[in-house]
Write a protein of this length. Structure first.
Length: 171
């Protein structure tokens, strides 16, 4: 994970703002973890693990920006933001429940959920990183204002996931 350096100012340590590259590293790391938890073959458990990965990503971004973190506040913000987009909010649970169908359902469900999980994790990370970089905090985050950005970033996230998969495919 990217380390954020400290600098002395007026006799006390203050964190420097993370660079875009450091934010990108944090988001990419957790995006890959989110895609990995989709391999859990048990419906519901995979969704719980995904939420945990996303909460931890926002914890890392909050720490990088020296913003007070609240696990419960973040869970509520994630739920509110994701639920604002009906199609996106349904894609992960539907893919998760497809795993109930032996063999075919598990394969299709894992692949579909992997793409959705990677894209939504990417979008969440970018939305919050941009909010923090502009001086925002968890307390003043407005899900309604960020809905359009989130939906656009989910689309971008699907492209990023596709590129990552191309890079990791065997020759």
């Amino acid at each position: 994970m990217a380390m954020i350096s400290k600098q002395k100012r007026s006799g006390r340590d203050q964190k420097l703002k993370p660079t875009k590259a450091q934010e990108h590293d944090i988001i990419t790391n957790y995006m890959l973890k989110a895609m990995g938890v989709c391999l859990i073959p048990v419906p519901i458990i995979d969704s719980i693990a995904l939420t945990s990965v996303q909460v931890n990503m926002l914890r890392s971004l909050s720490e990088a920006h020296d913003i007070k973190f609240s696990k419960y506040k973040v869970k509520n913000l994630i739920a509110t933001l994701v639920s604002k987009s009906l199609i996106i909010s349904l894609s992960v649970p539907v893919a998760s429940f497809m795993k109930i169908i032996p063999v075919v359902g598990q394969t299709v469900g894992s692949f579909g959920m992997s793409v959705s999980a990677g894209a939504t994790t990417y979008a969440l990370g970018k939305v919050f990183a941009n909010h923090f970089a502009s001086g925002g905090t968890l307390q003043d985050f407005n899900s309604e204002e960020k809905k359009e950005d989130y939906e656009n970033l989910v689309k971008k996230g699907k492209e990023v996931v596709s590129e990552l998969k191309k890079k990791t495919e065997p020759l």
